[in-house]
Design a protein around this ligand. Structure first.
Ligand SMILES: Cc1ncc(C[n+]2csc(CCOP(=O)(O)OP(=O)(O)O)c2C)c(N)n1
Ligand SMILES: [Mg+2]
Length: 355
């Protein structure tokens, strides 16, 4: 006897195409014109923040930086679908999520200048600290989701992971745990096609990364990650369906720039590939849509850019006038300070380490 015991499929959704045309059968009913304008503003803001951060790093005014350009729709669409009080667990590239959730921008710049004080996230933002060890944010996301279920808080947790991160044991363990306990977890794969110099094709032989969720028994969907409305809908639907368990959402996007400021992507990928993705730009298509509906014009664009660049400049000024307390990097390592660390602290203070 032979019978089929599992039959899975992965749906892909796109609502706004590259020319700004809408598939009205999928358009979320709760999204008004004002919301799309806000999405456009936030995506533009994230891109402006990105350009400034890169320029600061090149001037020696930031230690390092992981650009988000190209991934704005994935980040803004998902963040804007969350409700007040919901929580997010980032890796190191979700600056757009922080921005949409009201992170004070001076803290953002402070962190990338190398100060941990910038990684203390105000509670109302609902975010956890930047997490650099690949995939390690996911067990935290599952654990925090468990706590929400246990305390019946009603909050949902979204954990962001890269395509590379989905090869880590941490990723599988988290979605497995979340599936078993039906946790209020959304696992969002920000598939930007590269993990530094490793292409998506070398990451997994699976046709989609979304299908990894089958092994954990959770809901799966793949979306055009450069379509802010599709990403919004996928996350909103996952929240509405959270009682039935977690959802794994694979967002198909592209890292248009370098991995971080210490990387040179021209060494491992072609200009043709980058050009192909540039045509799918997440911001351009929304601009086309808004202009076609007379919701946007050059005047509004100029006003928005001016206001955003002023906000960015004043945040940079605040971050650059920050006077660090040299003790803080020594403070939180041990419950009491061992002699060797105390000696390092004294040396740092004696040498005006931060001057
Ligand atoms: C456990 C671990 N291994 C390796 C690294 C070095 N590293 C940093 S980012 C990265 C690639 C991550 O790729 P992906 O998960 O696709 O996220 P992306 O950078 O594309 O946003 C690697 C290998 C690390 N930080 N942590
Ligand atoms: Mg990646």
């Amino acid at each position: 006897m032979r019978q089929r015991v599992f039959d899975g499929y992965v749906d892909y959704i796109q609502i706004m195409d590259e020319n700004g045309n809408i598939d009205s059968s999928l358009y979320p009913k709760d999204l008004g014109d004002v919301d799309i304008v806000n999405m456009y503003r936030n995506m533009s803001f994230a891109r402006a923040l990105d350009a400034k951060s890169l320029s600061l790093q090149r001037q020696g005014r930031a230690v390092t930086y992981a650009p988000l350009v190209g991934e704005e729709a994935t980040q803004i669409g998902s963040a804007m679908a969350l409700r007040k009080g919901d929580l997010f667990m980032p890796n190191f590239r979700q600056h757009g999520v922080f921005l949409s959730r009201g992170m004070p921008l001076d803290l953002f710049f402070l962190y990338w200048r190398g100060f941990e004080e910038g990684n203390i996230i105000p509670e109302e933002v609902g975010g956890f600290p930047v997490c650099v060890p690949v995939g390690s944010q996911m067990p935290h996301a599952a654990g925090v989701a468990f706590a929400q279920k246990y305390t019946k808080s009603g909050k949902v947790v979204i954990g962001y992971v890269g395509d590379g991160g989905t090869s880590e044991g941490d990723f599988y363990e988290s979605i497995n745990f979340a599936g078993v306990f039906k946790l209020p977890l959304i696992c969002l794969i920000e598939n930007n096609q590269w993990a530094i110099s490793i292409p998506r094709s070398m990451q997994s032989a699976a046709q989609t990364l979304a299908q990894k969720g089958f092994a954990a028994g959770i809901n799966v969907i793949q979306v055009d990650g450069n379509d802010v409305i599709a990403v919004y809908k996928a996350v909103k639907d996952a929240i509405l369906n959270i009682e039935n368990g977690p959802t794994l959402i694979e967002c198909m996007t592209y890292r248009m720039s370098m991995h971080t400021t210490s990387d040179d992507p021209s060494k491992y990928r072609s200009d043709d590939e980058v050009a192909k993705w540039k045509a799918k730009d997440p911001i351009e298509r929304v601009r086309k849509y808004l202009i076609s509906k007379s919701l946007w014009n050059d005047n509004l664009e100029a006003q928005m850019r001016d206001a955003q660049s002023k906000a960015i400049d004043s945040a940079v000024e605040k971050a650059e006038s920050f006077k660090p307390n040299p003790n803080s990097i020594f403070d939180n390592v041990y419950s009491y300070m061992p002699t060797a660390l105390k000696e390092e602290l004294d040396e740092a203070v004696a040498n005006n380490f931060y001057q």
